[in-house]
Ligand binder design. Structure first.
Ligand code: NAP
Length: 104
């Protein structure tokens, strides 16, 4: 989500005030790399996904804690199991979140 150009420009986005420029730039590059893979490998039958769990408990930073509103790791990771099991293959090339998709 940090790499979404559309969300970065949206003043209503909950993370609008969060600068994190270096993180955002690295994620934007990841987004483009994934889009390129989707275009290149999709015709060969590969399924390429981006998945962002949203704010989740982890060691990413000191703020990633339950008491700060982060979701439990199990909840953040669960959708990936569904993706790996092929439940969202129709969303090849998509920018997925737990329910639906993020804005590119
Ligand atoms: N947590 C969130 O709220 C959130 C939200 C959106 C996106 N994300 C993204 O989700 C991904 C995972 O983050 P996380 O929150 O799970 O953070 P994390 O708890 O810090 O986990 C990062 C993982 O990356 C591994 N790692 C770091 N540098 C590495 C390297 N050079 N080579 C191989 N493995 C390396 C770490 O391994 P070790 O444990 O061995 O150090 C660790 O398992 C990141 O790309 C993050 O940007 C996280």
């Amino acid at each position: 989500m940090g790499g979404s150009v559309g969300l970065r420009l949206d003043p209503n986005n909950e993370y609008y005030a969060l600068k994190a420029d270096q993180y955002r730039v690295s994620k934007a590059a990841l987004n483009m790399a994934s889009a390129c893979q989707a275009v290149e490998y999709g015709p060969k039958g590969w399924k390429i996904f981006l998945f962002c769990p949203g704010f989740t408990v982890s060691n990413l930073g000191p703020y990633n804690k339950l008491e700060n509103g982060a979701k439990p790791t199990s909840e953040g990771a669960r959708p990936m199991v569904g993706i790996l099991n092929g439940e969202r293959d129709s969303e090849h090339g998509g920018y997925l979140k737990a329910d639906g998709q993020w804005q590119w």
